[in-house]
Design a binder for this molecule. Structure first.
Ligand SMILES: *Cc1c(COP(=O)(O)O)cnc(C)c1O
Length: 386
């Protein structure tokens, strides 16, 4: 389906609500039945009828249909955060005694889900360097049930060969889950490579306005139904109708925003390539990326995230750079309209904690919707203090 059709028409039944262009926020916890027969029919398939907002709310359902179409899957679920989406997709497919394989440097809460949370319930795990699919093959055990992917990750952009991972997993009856947040559905559709469940944080690009926390799970009808009937309904993973409305509004401009962010990110990368104050650039489409060919094969864009390594041996200089870069706000997250900075130095010298396995000279930048020249000028000013 054409992307304009998905973003502006799919799932919207305007005649049902006064021909309003914008969808209504159906702020109702429950829905009335005509008679007992009607009640019985709808209760037997809550996923596709309006019974109770912990299940299927009409405003959230519009978003659900659009997300399934964007990821080219049969169905989707809208859940309360990206972390929720990852947790539900993994938990739905493991039981006590099972084994999970996960990429080496996943999103922090994905790592905690597997190493701290699931381990309490007798699920064992291995984190593997999945840039080489052979490392995944070597980690497969008879009880491996889930392969958790994230390609690329959102700090150093390591990737997995999605097609090879899907083939290997299918041969071994392993469910594949991928965190596709970095690419958004615009730049990568893992289901087309055979991945089973595609999860997103909608907090980042999808909503895009830094005012909603939300997650999405996309997959086949049967996999989505399975998650709906277990994790979604028992744990209450639903979103508020108002947040669903905001995310639909954000999604209207997804291509405009993500393309703008991508162009600005690329302009920053090209400006900083060869810069004497920058010793390395991490960016999926950078000439120095050892996985450049894989990026070209399975991604059609990179978005606005990039990481630079500052050419200094001084933590104080990194600190000065971060302070001087005043048009990039110091905050977690990314994918909104505002440019952000996140130095690895922030995770150094924390009492009782090991320093991270990454150099303190790294600063992740997110290019928001500002003018490229405005951001580059600010970067030049900040680099001059090193
Ligand atoms: C932010 C983020 C998440 C978690 O999403 P929340 O909506 O904050 O729960 C998961 N994966 C990636 C890559 C992220 O950047």
């Amino acid at each position: 389906m054409n992307i304009s059709d998905i973003l502006y028409h799919l799932g919207e039944e305007r005649e049902a609500y006064f021909n309003a262009i914008a969808p209504p926020i159906i702020q109702s916890s429950n829905f009335m039945f005509k008679d007992i027969e009607d009640l019985k029919a709808k209760m037997s398939d809550e996923l596709n009828h309006h019974v109770y907002t912990r299940g299927n709310n009409p405003t959230a359902e519009i978003l659900r249909k659009k997300m399934a179409a964007l990821e080219k899957t049969e169905d989707a679920l809208v859940v309360s955060s990206g972390a929720t989406a990852i947790a539900a997709a993994v938990i739905a497919n493991v039981s006590s005694g099972d084994h999970v394989i996960c990429v080496q440097k996943p999103y922090s809460w994905t790592g905690k889900l597997i190493s701290k949370f699931l381990s309490r319930f007798g699920v064992t795990y291995d984190f593997v360097n999945a840039r080489d699919t052979e490392n995944i093959r070597a980690a497969i055990k008879p009880n491996t049930r889930v392969l958790m992917l994230e390609s690329p990750n959102s700090l150093t952009f390591e990737m997995q060969d999605l097609e090879a991972c899907a083939i290997l997993a299918k041969e071994n009856q392993i469910v594949t889950v991928i965190d596709n947040s970095h690419c958004s559905p615009l730049f990568q559709n893992p289901a087309l490579h055979g991945i089973d469940l595609v999860v997103h944080t909608a907090t980042k690009y999808l909503n895009g306005h830094s005012d909603v926390v939300m997650g999405i799970i996309c997959g086949s009808s049967s996999m989505i139904r399975k998650i709906f009937q277990s994790e979604f309904m028992t744990l209450g993973l639903n979103v508020s109708p108002h947040d669903a409305f905001l995310a639909i509004r954000g999604l209207r401009t997804l291509p405009l925003r993500v393309q703008r962010s991508e162009q600005t990110g690329a302009a920053i990368v090209s400006h900083l390539t060869g810069h004497p104050k920058v010793s390395r650039i991490y960016y999926p489409f950078h000439a120095t990326n050892p996985q450049l060919e894989l990026a070209k094969k399975q991604m059609t864009g990179a978005g606005g995230l990039l990481t630079i390594e500052l050419n200094t041996t001084s933590k104080a200089k990194v600190n000065d750079f971060v302070n001087a870069l005043d048009k990039f706000m110091l905050a977690v997250s990314w994918g909104g309209y505002e440019s952000l900075k996140m130095p690895t130095l922030a995770f150094y010298d924390i009492p009782g904690q090991d320093d991270p396995p990454l150099p303190f000279q790294l600063v992740r930048l997110y290019a928001g919707l500002e003018e490229a020249d405005f951001l580059i000028e600010n970067l030049e000013k900040a680099l001059s203090v090193i």
